[in-house]
Write a protein that binds this ligand. Sequence first.
Ligand SMILES: C[S@@+](CC[C@H](N)C(=O)[O-])C[C@H]1O[C@@H](n2cnc3c(N)ncnc32)[C@H](O)[C@@H]1O
Length: 295
Amino acid sequence: MIKKKMEVYTLIKPEIQKLITVGIETANLDCRILLSKSLNIDKVIYNHEYIDISENQIKKFQCLVEQRLSGKPVSRIVNKRNFWKKEFKLNEQTLDPRPDSEILIETVLLHYENKSKSLKILDLGSGSGCLGLSLLEEYVNSEVSFFDVSKKSLEIVKINALNFGSANRSKFINLDWRIDGWDLNLIKIENNIKFDIIISNPPYIPRDEIKKLQTEVKKYDPFIALNGGIDGLDSYRYIIPKLKNILKYNGKVFFEIGKGQEDFISSRAKKHKLFPIEYNKDLSGVNRVITFIVK
Ligand SMILES: C[S@@+](CC[C@H](N)C(=O)[O-])C[C@H]1O[C@@H](n2cnc3c(N)ncnc32)[C@H](O)[C@@H]1O
């Protein structure tokens, strides 16, 4: 394979211009990530470095840029996304982790300051595992059970857990919270030991709003990870009544929520012995995480 030496910027400039024309603000960074992917290297490439590249690799890069031009997010083209302190692998059945979800991790850290504690944690609707695996990174003696209806997403959690060296503290549970008795089945799998902490970022977008979302979301994030039913609140309706059966006394629940959903979720939770103790806002000032304690 004959390779030539080229300056990165000379190679990517025309492709950056194409992406800018369709309004992609991160055009330069996107092109550099896609170039790394076509060269099969993991490190960041800089605009003014020189690389050795073959004609095939240039063609591959241009094909990846075409995918980006059609609206596919970079994270879906390279199948990975940075979250908290790690790079998570993704597949077509995992939600692309959102930076706002890191607020949930920050909130748990504020409530449990002793990082050497041995905590039993449940990640309900685990997707790529970004929430539970980030907590395992922080709480080195703790264990997380990853619960998801999608078997394919659990496969990715397993790969991420292995890559991060956390697989021995992870359990992978394929259950559906819409099926009555899921709490009893879970507790049986857990040998009747309840959880100290439950974290969950369930689907919470009202069904009819999904089609109005950006192409990057509605076309590439799995529908089951977004769809919260008519008013966006179905997952909480299924989950909340069962939580006291699987949480220890004084255990805490950390829910990510959608804009304006806090009143419904808090009043539903209170009916089931869960008491709201804190609301945490995202950078745009929206209540994004609610913390409950079970009494
Ligand atoms: C919004 S995504 C969150 C994924 C991940 N926790 C994150 O924060 O990126 C919701 C997750 O819930 C899962 N899910 C949806 N409905 C479910 C159900 N009925 N039972 C179990 N998991 C479900 C989806 O497969 C998806 O992985």
